[in-house]
Structure formats: structure tokens, C-alpha cells
Design a protein. Sequence first.
Length: 157
Amino acid sequence: MRAVVVCYTRFGHNKVIAEEIAKELGAEIRRIETPREYGYAVMGCCSCFNIRMAIKPMDLDFRGADLVVLCCPVWAWKPAPPARTFITNARLEGRRLAVCFSTRAGPPLRAQEKLKQLLAGRNVNLVALGDIDTNAEDEALLRSEARIFTDRLRQLG
């Protein structure tokens, strides 16, 4: 299985999670980045009001991948705006997609629903949804939780 792990991180949690998943799957990592760092007010506003946020150019072609794993935070009960821009722009059609949300506010059920809305009608096979609580900010715990998520992915084949 050829996998690609994509992550957006603001504070580094998702970088740790994505690196562990990529290591476990033997996958490459692609990072979603914004042209500049925005403050909480701008990020929160963009998230609340579904405002698209620009991302730096990156390879959005996943035709050679069997599985794409997206690691991103949940902001205002939705996938972070840069991750939403990625989901909208990436060529994920015909691919299997797994998403691992990082959150500090419990299960990301509303973020999962927003993700499904963004993918509706695009022929993307959403094979796994997971979430990792980042309240503890313990890197070893983040890596351990990432391995548990990776084990779920392996069981999917």
C-alpha cells in the first residue's frame, strides 16, 4: 500500500502525529502551509464563517497513492481552514482517505460532518476517522495515539 500523509499544524501537535503515522506506514509527508501566520481572531473567524484560507502551493496530485491520511486540528467545531482548502483543492477522487483530527474539546463529531460535506459527490472513499486529544501536550502520548490510529489503518488493508 502506497500512502501519503498530509498534515496541517499550527502548534506542532499534528506534525508529531503525522510523522509517527508516516514512519509506521513507510509513507511520505506533505505539509499544508499558509502564506503567513494568522492570529487567533482571523483563524477563528475563518473557521466559524467557512472562509477559504489560502495555502502555499503543494503537490495536490494523489493518483499514485492508495491511501491519503490527513492530520489536522479542529477549530470552531470544523477542520481547520487550511485543511478545508486542501480538501477542496486536492485531487482525491478515486482515493481512500483517512482523517485523524487533533482536538482539545472532545469527539469532533461536527468536524466529521463538515468533512463529509466537503467530500460529498467527489468519489472519495472515507475509510477511517480518528481523533487525538492534545490537551496533555505529551509528545510520547501523541505518538502512542498515532500508532493506535495507524494500527486501525493496517486492519483496513
